[in-house]
Design a protein around this ligand. Structure first.
Ligand code: SAH
Length: 222
């Protein structure tokens, strides 16, 4: 873990820590994020390591940032909100579609059990794997490919987070929810909404529209 930090002077590290505290106070707790575990993890995680080096000073701003290949790291508030909707807890198996920078992956790896994360752009997955391994996470499984075509067809999850928007809800994702499981994802083409889809213990599936969002469109491997 230290090798990543030793590149920065401790002065800069203090500034990043300060920026992180402000991010949590103003953008998360100052809005409607209340889960203390989510707030604690985001106060601690070095988000600046997940953005291109020339954007590190902007890593704690209230916006998404470009990470290359036409993709973005999500706005901190969106990461916090989606994580909170999932009701994360220790030992919970989760699936993430759209590894991107790996920042959301790290938040999930801190709060849940095994995290399976899938990314369709190989270069982004490789870069995320490098950072996450250097930070010491041992509970993340990485896949490169289309998240809707995972090889382990029968694997089921208590939580699924999708960070790229398909035009409609893919039924194969609902199939992957365990009873009681929660799926948080953006859906739509011109305008998108964040949806919370829950599979009740009895099997009934309910869909709740949370708020309008803007994510990159989901890509498909054909
Ligand atoms: N959570 C990431 C968000 C990255 S943007 C972060 O905060 O950094 C969404 C990501 O989803 C992009 O990296 C994009 O390449 C990826 N993606 C798009 N369609 C996908 C698919 N079908 N399967 C897996 N990943 C996909």
């Amino acid at each position: 873990m230290m090798s990543l930090f030793s590149k920065q002077s401790s002065n800069t590290e203090d500034e990043f820590r300060h920026a992180r505290r402000l991010m949590v106070e103003r953008q998360l707790a100052g809005r409607d994020i209340t889960n203390p575990d989510v707030l604690e993890v985001m106060r601690r995680l070095p988000r600046h390591l997940f953005v291109p080096s020339d954007l590190q000073l902007e890593a704690y701003e209230d916006c998404p940032l470009p990470i290359g290949y036409g993709q973005t790291i999500s706005q901190p508030y969106i990461v916090a909100s989606m994580t909170e909707m999932l009701r994360p807890h220790e030992g919970m198996p989760v699936l993430e579609i759209g590894t991107g920078s790996g920042y959301q992956t790290a938040v999930l790896a801190e709060l849940c059990g095994q995290v399976v994360t899938v990314e369709i752009v190989a270069e982004l997955s490789t870069q995320a794997q490098r950072v996450l391994k250097e930070l010491g996470y041992a509970n993340i499984t990485f896949h490169i490919g289309d998240g809707l075509m995972l090889p382990e067809a029968d694997e089921r999850f208590d939580g699924i987070i999708v960070t790229a928007a398909p035009e409609t809800v893919p039924p194969e994702l609902i199939e992957r929810l365990k009873p009681g499981g929660r799926l948080v994802m953006p859906v739509g083409r011109v305008s998108q909404d964040l949806l919370l889809i829950t599979r009740e213990v009895g099997g009934k599936v309910t869909t709740q529209s949370l708020y309008p969002v803007r994510f990159v469109p989901m890509q498909r491997n054909r």
